[in-house]
Design a protein around this ligand. Structure first.
Ligand code: NAD
Ligand code: ADE
Length: 500
């Protein structure tokens, strides 16, 4: 099988799953632990449970084969089981090498949901898992197939299918396989090698697969950027729903989720006293706002770096200084990148940092921090303190070093367990609504190969589903009041231009 590259002995591999469990006994224990935490999470995920109730007996996803590439956590397991309850067949991998909670992955495997994920995958293993997630075994008479819907977080599964199909087209025209060049990153080399191997086994796999996909729902800001670029270039092969920009996603998960899970990650990794420290947050968008607020609340003296004057002004209105990284790099104790951009903290910057200053990223990809630059310092500069926590000596003469979290990958999922269930219920309710919509419209021309957001009625419905759990009682408009402000009594209550 292409990309057959599982290095780790502890991985239990079966035709329908690959998860971390050294023995039958450990598999059983992890499955039970996962199930116990799932039961608790369900109580904290009222949006997903309301959707299960709303669709009880109706199976709106019957016939759907959903491949998901999204952090394999307990919260995601509740999403997977919700999709299954609504009638879908589900297949899963994680979208990050460090974010899997092994007990969640094992619980899914034990429940018969094909799952390919474990904590601390190598990059080669990660892409092997993504490939398995995309590959649906033949059922009886039919040939091997693929998903007809995708849940993506960051766009790696969508990328594999698009790049796979592009490479197959080139191969069909001139029999050349993807070229692996020295200028490619290690990860690019792995992806194109995998695609090349796949072509040699089945030269039309991704071409057939891409034709069967009715759409993708994308979870995060960075994944949406990728989709918009593909759509603008006329290269998107199927419709996409941008879940990130539902208000009940970006303004909750990205802000309040990070406000919870950023300090959780820093504290589990380092147990450093945050109060009194100087912290720099790079990027004051949704994630940066939640991150900065958490650090302020913990007593840090926070400043931010921004390129956007509006976000910079927002920071100032919150009493937070706006600075340039170069001006504060030698003074700060904690630096967090939250830009979704690349090349934010470079090796030369790191060489100026204080001894044992902490450097972490909460943006989707690991290119915000110059990990490639750090690697040039050599293995002798890298000291493992514990899993996902390393001290890099940046000045060998004085032994000055910096603490790097989760090897530059999103630290809230690498060093902790990501956002808590309640806020993920908001995000994932939007995912379920998006999947049902894409499946409902599969035969129609409603969606072109473009990127869409969900209507505000559905966004409001997601919020509404979460109020009861917190004991909220909404005020109801009178007929006169509704008329006066020009809305329907039952909503939507704001125009699409409203910014919350
Ligand atoms: P956003 O667009 O709201 O914010 C990013 C901000 O970074 C913007 O304000 C932008 O102006 C600023 N920025 C861009 N380049 C910069 C630079 N060179 N220096 C300083 N600032 C710069 O995006 P967001 O929703 O906040 O997401 C940020 C990242 O976090 C994305 O990669 C997203 O996918 C990811 N994300 C992670 C989690 C998580 O749990 N770790 C959750 C949600 C989103
Ligand atoms: N993104 C942030 N936190 C998460 C979680 N707990 N599960 C899945 N995706 C996440």
């Amino acid at each position: 099988m292409p990309g057959q590259d599982i290095d780790q002995k502890s991985i239990r591999q079966r035709p329908n799953y690959a998860v971390s469990a050294k023995s039958d006994e450990e598999f059983k224990q992890l499955a039970k632990f996962g199930r116990d935490e799932l039961d608790i999470a369900e109580v904290e995920m009222p949006g997903l449970i309301a959707l299960r109730e709303q669709y009880e007996g109706k199976k709106p996803l019957k016939g759907a084969r959903i491949s998901g590439s999204l952090h394999m956590t307990i919260q995601t397991a509740v999403l997977m089981e919700t999709l299954k309850e609504l009638g879908a067949s589900v297949r899963w991998c994680s979208c990050n090498v460090f974010s899997t909670q092994d007990h969640a992955a094992v619980a899914m495997a034990a429940a018969g949901i094909p799952t390919f994920a474990w904590k601390r995958e190598s990059l080669r293993e990660y892409w092997w898992c993504t490939y398995q997630c995309a590959t649906w075994a033949a059922d009886d008479s039919k040939e091997e197939t693929g998903p007809n819907l995708i849940v993506d977080d960051g766009g790696d599964l969508t990328l594999l299918i698009h790049e796979g199909r592009r490479a197959e087209e080139i191969y069909a025209s001139n029999q050349t396989l993807p070229e692996i060049t020295a200028s490619m990153s290690d990860e690019e080399k792995i992806v194109y090698e995998l695609i090349g191997n796949s072509i040699q086994v089945d030269p039309t796999k991704f071409t057939r697969m891409s034709k069967g996909v009715f759409g993708v729902s994308e979870e995060t800001t960075t994944g949406v950027h990728r989709l918009v670029q593909m759509a603008n270039a006329g290269k998107l092969l199927f419709p996409a729903i941008n879940v990130n920009d539902s208000v009940t996603k970006a303004k909750f998960d990205n802000v309040y989720g990070c406000r919870h899970s950023l300090p959780d990650g820093i504290m589990r990794a380092t147990d450093v006293m945050i109060a009194g420290k100087r912290a720099l947050v790079c990027g004051y968008g949704d994630v940066g706002k939640g991150s900065a607020q958490a650090l302020v609340n913990a007593g840090a003296r926070v400043c931010v770096a921004e390129v956007d004057p509006i976000c910079a002004l927002q920071a100032l209105m919150e009493g937070i200084d706006v600075v340039r990284l170069a001006d504060v790099i030698s003074d700060v104790d904690i630096i967090i990148t939250a830009t979704g951009n690349k090349g934010i903290v470079m090796l030369d910057d790191m060489k100026k940092m204080k001894n044992n200053a902490i450097l972490g990223n909460i943006g989707h990809f690991d290119n915000e921090i110059d990990m490639a630059g750090l690697a040039t310092l050599g293995e002798e500069a890298k000291h493992k303190i514990k899993d996902e926590v390393h001290r890099f000596i940046v000045d060998p003469e004085t032994n000055r070093g910096i603490i790097v979290l989760a090897e530059g990958r999103l630290l809230n999922l690498g060093c902790a367990t990501g956002h808590p269930s309640f806020v993920m219920s908001c995000s994932f309710s939007n995912q379920v609504v998006a999947q049902v919509e894409l499946w409902k419209e599969k035969g129609s021309t409603k969606y072109k190969n473009q990127v869409y957001v969900l209507p505000k009625e559905l966004d409001e419905a997601v919020a509404r589903a979460h109020l009861g759990k917190l004991g909220a009682k909404l005020t109801v408009l009178t007929d006169e009041q509704a008329k006066y402000i020009g809305v329907k009594k039952e909503g939507p209550y704001k125009p699409d231009t409203y910014r919350y």
